[in-house]
Structure formats: structure tokens, C-alpha cells
Design a binder for this molecule. Structure first.
Ligand SMILES: Nc1ncnc2c1ncn2[C@@H]1O[C@H](COP(=O)(O)OP(=O)(O)OP(=O)(O)O)[C@@H](O)[C@H]1O
Ligand code: SF4
Ligand SMILES: [Mg+2]
Length: 375
């Protein structure tokens, strides 16, 4: 096992609304990421993915509040640190966060280089503007971004270039953990691939040491991340390697979610997908016991009675369900529905996706080395 870059133990955070209601959006999350690895986070809208991303920085301000748990980055426990200390000593260097829709939040009246100065000066006011410019220029060059972008305003950049610029700004101090929340959503396919390529480059060139990648796009998670964890109603219900999670999801919710990885596209044969009925519960009053019970077709009366145990199986995979892995796997096999039945179809489909993805990446690289006519 490699060095652990991020360890989270039983983290609980909540929002307090202006009506003083509590929303328990992250409820007992534990995870680990090794150096050089990436972790994908999947789950329906409202399951707490973005709140988890925010919470992992250890930088809390209303309406988000820390309740309990530990966040340890490269051996340093940042839980309970004062916000000012987190801002000065943790953000940017230990952990960097790219929020959902970050590229739209860039101040349009500020040049790109000024954002970089802000990030660096938040840690060290003594660095000269010239040194910052030199550093930014080198980093942009290595990442295949045109240096002229440094003197542009964000409004002058295309969507894809804006997003890659945001990533370059956020990682300028080479953080140990990069948390990217839907970094490639709302981009066209080519820009999306360029963003992914850049994130891979950052890892391969050692500018980031580990990564958490949140996205609704499950095929992307499969192609980009080493591990995937599935969130439901503020909790992690299953985690495993990307391959295990796609081809052998065990938790009933993961199974439903991963079933949707086959998207109707040209060349896909008729595949029957099982939709998950219903919607996630209200996190102001999460149900007792299993939060998925109202939607689960394998529910038994005891599911709603109390806490379920986390079951660790198959070499450190985990799922949160009253049923054993063997029971669930046998049930799925007997049904002959869902993942078991469509496994080979999915395999073909993913191979196809991967080929298309590699081809687009190749095109993206070529485009990038033509020195970015895209700006
Ligand atoms: N500022 C806020 N105040 C109160 N509740 C909030 C706030 N932001 C999010 N929530 C609630 O917290 C829960 C988790 O939301 P979150 O945005 O983390 O979900 P998500 O998984 O990132 O969803 P999406 O996929 O749509 O981005 C939801 O019930 C949401 O309504
Ligand atoms: S604990 Fe019960 S309701 Fe929850 S996922 Fe497992 S079987 Fe379904
Ligand atoms: Mg979100």
C-alpha cells in the first residue's frame, strides 16, 4: 500500500438554514486515498457530493457547519483548525478545491495572472510579481496552455480554456489533494477530454499527489479514476476499484446507479435498464436505518430499524447494507437482470467508449500542441 495522502474518519457536517433547520448532508463519511491515486464520487443530485467536497477542505463558514470527525492530509490532522489557519496553511498547498461551475465564478474584470497572484500571496506576500509571472508561465507551458492567457480576462476565453485555466490557477501551489467537482460538465466533448488530459498530466508530472473527482458522468469515472465510491443521502453506501464498481456493484443503490452506465448510443444493442424509482430522502429528517429503504426492492422490515453495519469484503471493498454480499450477488444472479445480465454488453460498450475517449484525447493533444488556437 502506498502512502496515504488523505484519510477521513467518520466526518459529519450539516447546513443550518435561515429557518434554523439542520440539513445533514455529510453523515459519517470515511475514506482513504493513496499517493498517485484518484477517487471518483458518484451519486444522484442532492446526495451530498458537493457538500463532501466542501467539507473535506476543513474550511467551514455558514451555512455549512462541522459536527465531528477527522480529516488527515499527509499525516496532518486539519479537523478543528481555525478558519484563518486553514486559509493560510492548508488551502492551495495541502488541498485545492475546484467548485462546481467554478469557471463561471471568475471575476471578469481581473486578468488571469491576478488570480494566480492572489492564490500565491494568500500564503506568502513576499513573492514578487515577476517571480509569480515566471512561475505561472512555466506551469502553463508544461500543461500545454498558451502563455498569452495569463494576460487575458476570463471573459475572453472559451469555455474549455476557461476551465483549464481555473484548474491551473487552483493547482499552482502543487496541492497534495485536488478535489474537482464536476470539472468537465457543461463542456463540449473535445474540451472535456482536454480537461481530463490536463488533470492526468497534473498527477503524472507530480503537481498534485492525489485527486477526488466528482461527476455525474459514470463512463468518465470509469476511465479516469482508480476507485469509485457511491454516495446516497449523505453517506457512502459502497466503494471499490473502478472496475469492481462498474462490473460488480453490490449495494442495491450502486447496482441501480451503475446500471445507467450504458447510454443509448449508436452501435449499442437493445439493453433493458432498470431505473431506480422514487427520489432521495429529505436530509432535514433522514429516515432511521437504511436511507435507501423506501426505494429498495430488496428491503426487509429490519432495514428501517436501526443502523446497518458496514460490511468489508473482497479485499477491502465496503458496502452498507443489511444483506451479505453473497446474498445480494446470488439474488442478482437468480434474477438474471441488471448488471449480471448486461455485463458483456457493458464491457463492449465501455471498450468502445474508451477507444472513442483515447481517440478524442489524441486529437485534443494534437490540438493542444498546435498552441491553442482555441483561446
Ligand atoms: N446552502 C445550503 N443550505 C441548505 N441546504 C443545502 C445547501 N446546499 C446544499 N444543501 C442541501 O444539501 C444536500 C446535499 O447537496 P449537495 O449540493 O451536496 O448535493 P450534490 O450531490 O452535490 O448534488 P448535485 O449532483 O446536484 O451537484 C441537498 O439536500 C441540498 O438540498
Ligand atoms: S439495508 Fe435494506 S433497504 Fe437498505 S439497501 Fe440493503 S436491503 Fe435495501
Ligand atoms: Mg454538486
Amino acid at each position: 500500500m502506498g502512502k496515504i495522502m488523505l484519510e477521513v474518519k467518520d466526518l459529519k457536517t450539516k447546513y443550518v438554514t435561515r429557518f434554523k433547520e439542520n440539513v445533514y448532508a455529510v453523515d459519517g463519511v470515511s475514506l482513504e486515498i493513496e499517493e498517485g491515486k484518484s477517487l471518483g464520487v458518484a451519486g444522484e443530485s442532492g446526495c451530498g457530493k458537493s457538500t463532501l467536497a466542501l467539507s473535506l477542505m476543513g474550511y467551514y463558514f455558514a451555512p455549512l457547519h462541522y459536527i465531528s470527525g477527522e480529516i488527515i492530509i499527509d499525516g496532518k490532522n486539519i479537523s478543528g483548525m481555525k478558519p484563518d489557519d486553514v486559509r493560510k496553511n492548508i488551502l492551495g498547498t495541502e488541498v485545492a478545491y475546484i467548485p462546481q461551475a467554478a469557471m463561471n465564478a471568475l471575476n471578469p474584470t481581473q486578468k488571469v495572472i491576478r488570480f494566480i497572484e492572489d492564490v500565491i500571496h494568500a500564503h506568502d506576500k513576499s513573492v514578487s510579481k515577476k517571480d509569480i509571472f515566471d512561475m505561472a508561465r512555466k506551469r502553463f507551458e508544461i500543461l500545454g496552455l498558451p502563455q498569452e492567457v495569463l494576460n487575458r480576462y476570463s471573459v475572453e476565453l472559451s469555455g474549455g480554456m476557461k476551465q483549464r485555466t481555473v484548474i491551473a490557477i487552483s493547482t499552482i501551489l502543487s496541492p497534495k489533494v485536488l478535489i474537482a467537482d464536476e470539472p468537465s460538465s457543461a463542456l463540449d466533448v473535445t474540451s472535456q477530454k482536454m480537461v481530463i488530459k490536463m488533470m492526468r498530466d497534473l498527477m503524472e508530472k507530480g503537481y498534485i499527489k492525489s485527486m477526488i473527482f466528482i461527476t455525474h458522468e459514470l463512463p468518465l469515472l470509469y476511465n479516469v479514476t482508480d476507485h469509485i465510491m457511491v454516495m446516497y443521502a449523505g453517506q457512502i453506501v459502497e466503494r471499490g476499484t473502478a472496475r469492481e464498481m462498474v462490473f460488480d456493484p453490490v449495494h442495491p443503490y450502486s447496482k441501480g446507479l451503475m446500471g445507467s452506465i450504458i447510454v443509448p448510443e449508436e452501435g449499442t444493442r437493445d439493453v433493458k435498464l432498470e431505473a431506480i424509482p422514487g427520489t432521495p430522502p429529505n436530509l432535514k429528517k433522514p429516515p432511521a436505518g437504511c436511507r435507501f429503504a423506501a426505494r429498495c426492492k430488496y428491503v426487509i422490515p429490519t432495514c428501517s430499524l436501526g443502523e446497518r453495519s458496514r460490511r468489508v469484503f473482497d479485499d477491502n471493498r465496503m458496502h452498507l447494507c443489511i444483506h451479505s454480499v453473497d446474498f445480494l450477488r446470488e439474488t442478482y444472479a437468480k434474477e438474471g437482470t441488471g448488471i449480471a445480465a448486461i455485463k458483456s454488453q457493458k464491457s463492449e460498450n465501455l471498450k468502445e467508449n474508451k477507444k472513442t475517449s483515447e481517440k478524442t484525447q489524441e486529437n485534443a493533444s494534437n490540438k493542444s500542441s498546435e498552441n491553442e488556437s482555441e483561446v
